[in-house]
Design a protein around this ligand. Structure first.
Ligand code: FES
Ligand SMILES: [Fe+2]
Length: 423
């Protein structure tokens, strides 16, 4: 069932009131209002999504001068390009004349971007090259009308963007992950596959689900066979401690087990989350695959399988699950009030060849299956929370601790927007 969510008593004042009321019930799931309110959705985009660092793509998508791809976010479109001197450029796909999209195709190679409406021509770095006959306008200068630039950071081959010019620094938080992420050499990795799962549910339901593994034992049988996150910490602590004790020696990476927990409220700047923890797989499992056996050659500088997996967060909407032989990136993009794109990108070592060193179906089996299961449970969850009779219940104090942290951070950010909107 696909909902057209709506709340008929919606207004900025009601949003402010609902945020305050919800903040008075910490530890509880949030009211259905937050999934049905269009004022909320608009405020979320403005206060959260457009102010957060988000993974836009990988450097291997633009290897040559003039290559580009489009990254779509909410109702916006961003051009990520390599210009004609080889620099990465990120800019809004909005013509500076009267606002047409200047680029339609999702990816390709361009010498220039020609706006299809009246033919203004932009260079690959976004600067305006020519504007047909505009010299009739006194004082007009192409220098004043380049495509608007978007802030970005390239870190280990991953391109992160932030639509807020005033956004806080992301380089510092990312650099804390230098060693634990550097082990996989993602700058030289190959994108083996990328798929978008469009989920007919609000983006928060997707994120709340991703952030907890309370559902793993009941909803992900295949995943739960290999991954210890489905259990309470004290039950699997001996397995984690044994893996931490051997990890450096087996992987050859000094510091591979270091944890960082700078996420949500604890981030050094809004939307600049950086998280890492390394947790154990069950005995017999070397990686995240159907039978636990390797599905690709070791990545980057990794020298062996330590029976561990790296869990990462890079900004509020992007995550990674990194095994010694492959990495899986998850990104959640709101598409509408009841529509979310859950994108998964599978990375393998840069010189691994499809069909020779890895089998794409085997590589993607576990997380494709797990994502399909997630899609089904999230849509069921959406049906329930959109019901008139839904009464939010308590989060699990340990399993759902991260979902709670997300919601608390979310309500604070929404509250700031609701207050300014109701004035
Ligand atoms: S809107 Fe692009 S040239 Fe007119
Ligand atoms: Fe799940």
């Amino acid at each position: 069932m696909k909902f057209i969510a709506t709340d008929v008593t919606d207004s900025a004042a009601r949003l402010a009131e609902m945020v305050t009321r919800q903040q008075g019930k910490p530890g509880f799931a949030i009211d259905s209002y937050f999934y049905r309110s269009h004022v909320t959705y608009q405020t979320e985009l403005e206060q959260i999504v457009y102010k957060s660092w988000i993974y836009a793509g990988h450097i291997s998508q633009i290897p040559n001068h003039g290559d580009y791809f489009l990254f779509e976010l909410g109702e916006d479109s961003i051009i990520v390009s390599r210009d004609d001197i080889g620099e990465v450029q990120v800019m809004h796909n909005i013509c500076r004349h009267r606002g047409s999209r200047v680029c339609e195709e999702k990816s390709g190679n361009r010498k220039t971007y020609v706006c299809p409406y009246h033919g203004w021509v932009y260079n690959t770095d976004g600067s305006l090259m020519t504007a047909r006959d505009m010299d009739l306008l006194e004082g007009f200068s192409c220098d004043d009308y380049g495509l608007k630039q978007v802030r970005f950071e390239v870190f280990q081959g991953m391109i992160f963007i932030n639509l807020d010019d005033e956004a806080g620094d992301f380089r510092g938080p990312l650099e804390k992950l230098n060693t634990v992420l550097g082990a996989y050499d993602l700058a030289n990795a190959r994108v083996a596959d990328a798929r978008i799962y469009r989920v007919d549910a609000n983006w928060k339901l997707c994120l709340e689900n991703y952030l907890e593994c309370y559902h793993c034992a009941t909803s992900h049988r295949a995943y739960a066979r290999g991954h210890t996150l489905k259990e309470l910490d004290h039950k699997v602590r001996p397995l984690n401690e044994a893996m931490w004790a051997r990890a450096e020696k087996v992987t050859g990476i000094k510091g591979i087990t270091a944890g960082f927990y700078d996420y949500y409220d604890a981030a050094s700047a809004f939307g600049a989350c950086a998280y890492h923890s390394r947790y154990a797989l069950y005995e017999g499992y070397q990686t995240g695959s159907e039978d636990g056996k390797p599905v690709a050659p070791l990545m980057g500088h990794m020298q062996g399988f330590d029976g561990g997996a790296g869990d990462f967060q890079l900004g509020p909407l992007t995550f990674m699950l990194n095994y010694p032989d492959h990495c899986v990136l998850y990104r959640f993009i709101p598409r509408g009030i009841t529509s979310t794109d859950m994108e998964i990108v599978w990375f393998v070592n840069g010189d691994a060849e499809a069909g020779v060193d890895y089998d794409r179906d085997k590589l993607t089996w576990l997380w494709h299956r797990t994502s399909q299961e997630d899609e089904a449970i999230i849509v069921r969850n959406s049906e329930g929370v959109n019901s008139h009779f839904f009464e939010p219940g308590p989060y699990h104090p340990e399993f759902e601790a991260m979902s709670m942290k997300f919601i608390s951070w979310y309500l604070d950010a929404l509250g700031r927007g609701a207050v300014s909107g109701s004035e």
